[in-house]
Design a protein around this ligand. Structure first.
Ligand code: G1P
Length: 201
């Protein structure tokens, strides 16, 4: 990996939320658009999900968040968007223009079943908004709230990505990702399949 990219890191000394964590990278990023990847969302697609968002960014020149449909009673685990279709016929209905974002709404208040998954391409204007964002859901400084504020100045889009997502932030999701991705690996898949078949289930 060290041959593929230059790696730098900053520490978030207090755990004040995702928005605060992103704000810690302000000086490192400067005035460029940038990607955010939450590694507990494991996404697997023919095209990498962040690549799909970068493609949408090049179409829109605006911030883009990854979304997927989730069961309505699970909306309180996610940021949820309200949106209208984008006007671009080439996006196969996957691109939406965001009209509102809510962090972890009760299902009764959720504006849709389209949940934000941990992949974002953001414009650097988000840092101004993060600096003004007060604590929100769970007492944390929420990236979702800063993106809602960003919409006062810039359009924001959501992209229904192609691919599978595992929630590795839950033990079950982490196990599913480990087993399914191991089975797909050319160097491990066959031996791991034989091992699973041998288990007394
Ligand atoms: C974060 C975001 C949330 C998003 C989720 C995706 O929440 O705040 O908007 O839907 O990631 O995994 P967290 O899972 O950190 O509570």
């Amino acid at each position: 990996i060290s041959d593929l990219a230059q790696v730098a890191y900053v520490r978030q000394k207090e755990q004040l939320g995702l928005g605060h964590a992103v704000l810690m990278a302000k000086d490192l990023i400067g005035h460029e658009p940038f990607a955010v990847i939450l590694p507990d969302d494991v996404c697997v697609g023919v095209r990498p999900v962040i690549g799909q968002l970068i493609h949408a960014y090049h179409q829109t020149h605006a911030s883009v968040v990854a979304v997927m449909e989730v069961p309505h009673d699970e909306t309180s685990r996610y940021g949820v968007i309200a949106s209208e279709p984008s006007e671009d016929p080439l996006d196969h209905g996957r691109l939406h223009k965001v009209t509102r974002l809510v962090e972890k709404p009760d299902p009764d208040d959720a504006p849709s079943d389209l949940a934000i998954i941990g992949r974002y391409v953001l414009t650097p204007k988000i840092f101004d908004k993060l600096e003004q964002t007060q604590r929100g859901a769970g007492g944390e400084i929420q990236l979702t709230d800063a993106i809602q504020a960003l919409m006062e100045e810039q359009a924001v889009f959501a992209y229904e990505f192609e691919g599978v997502r595992y929630d590795a932030g839950t033990t079950m999701g982490w196990l599913e990702a480990s087993v399914e991705l191991a089975l797909l690996r050319p160097d491990l898949g066959e031996a791991f399949r034989a091992y699973l078949r041998g288990l007394q289930l």
